[in-house]
Design a protein around this ligand. Structure first.
Ligand code: SF4
Length: 330
């Protein structure tokens, strides 16, 4: 038997079905009280990803390159049920994208379809499947009962081509989004990571226009905006794995969460520009948030900030109730 560990890229080529070992559900690894975080819970049901985004934090995180997918959905759901039953008054948002892409492996595993069916029967949880793929066919005809949000990580055509290798093209993502919204799912939009380059302003504006040609704003459950960030030690790995990347030459500063980011005025400028483009399409009711940002940056972009992580969490529940009638069911 070959016991040599797979390297980061080789591990993306083969998928192993594995049983659940230990706890799979927990707090998002990036939660940090110095920033406003959205308090999503994560279900680690996939480990590694067939795609190759040059900025992907997995290249710094996974030391066993193999791509793994948990195949016993029943045990995953038992853990979810046990944990959400401890706080019956809270509406949990639970995402499966912490260590990979929620739908990229769907053609081989069928895991996402299994989870959608299970979440349809849960009273106080919403599943978020987040992807850069167009692999939606297995979920289109399911009775999801509005308990799953299908989200896309969106970026400009230029960034998809230069930094998000092997992911679905922008056009394919938009077509998949259109089909999914027509199947009655709510859609999540994550403009993250925004990446600075010559022409970013016009390109992100065009991206927003293209998105709202594919999906109506009143089918969008939530929208996040974030910018490029990574641990300092990742710089070398990015340069080794993706020598043609254009990420690591930008001016960046170290934050309290030990991640490098663009300087604050640039981040605020990029977010404001995207927010202004979004506001031409969406109403005040659409929930928009910044991912892993400081209170003063929220103020600069939106003119307010949530009081706490828990406050932002409650804004999600209020918005889902007010806009879509989604309630906790006993
Ligand atoms: S889609 Fe996500 S998990 Fe997959 S390579 Fe890109 S950033 Fe990493």
């Amino acid at each position: 038997m070959n016991t040599k560990p797979l390297n980061y890229k080789d591990g993306k080529k083969e998928i192993q079905a594995i049983p659940k070992k230990g706890e799979a559900m927990g707090t998002c690894a990036t939660l940090n009280r110095k920033y406003i975080c959205c308090n999503v819970q994560v279900l680690k049901s996939v480990h590694n990803c067939p795609f190759e985004c040059s900025y992907c934090f997995l290249q710094n995180y996974l030391n066993d390159g193999a791509t793994k997918s948990i195949d016993d959905i029943g045990t995953l759901i038992e853990e979810v049920k046990e944990k959400i039953s401890r706080e019956p008054r809270r509406l949990f948002r639970i995402g499966t994208w912490e260590l990979g892409d929620s739908l990229a492996l769907e053609g081989s595993t069928g895991q996402a379809a299994g989870l959608v069916k299970e979440f349809a029967g849960l009273g106080n949880a919403v599943l978020e499947l987040k992807t850069k793929s167009d692999c939606v066919d297995s979920i289109l005809n399911l009775n999801h009962r509005g308990r799953t949000v299908i989200s896309w990580s969106m970026n400009t055509e230029y960034i998809i081509k230069t930094e998000e290798h092997r992911t679905a093209s922008l056009e394919d993502r938009l077509q998949a989004m259109h089909k999914t919204a027509n199947a009655g799912y709510l859609i999540g939009l994550h403009f993250d990571p925004m990446i600075f380059y010559a022409g970013w302003g016009k390109d992100y504006e065009k991206l927003v226009n293209q998105v709202f040609e594919a999906v109506l704003p009143d089918r969008v459950a939530w929208i996040s905006i974030g910018s490029l960030r990574f641990n300092p030690e990742m710089k070398k790995k990015i340069e080794n794995n993706y020598p043609d990347n254009r990420l690591t030459c930008a001016e960046m500063v170290l934050g309290d969460d030990a991640k490098m980011r663009y300087v604050k005025p640039l981040r605020a400028n990029m977010y404001r520009s995207l927010y202004n483009s979004l506001r031409r399409h969406i109403s005040k009711d659409n929930l928009i948030y910044l991912c892993m940002e400081r209170r003063d940056v929220w103020d600069k972009v939106f003119g307010y900030h949530p009081d706490s992580i828990e406050h932002l969490d409650s804004l999600f529940a209020q918005s889902l109730y007010k806009r879509f009638g989604l309630i906790n069911e006993p």
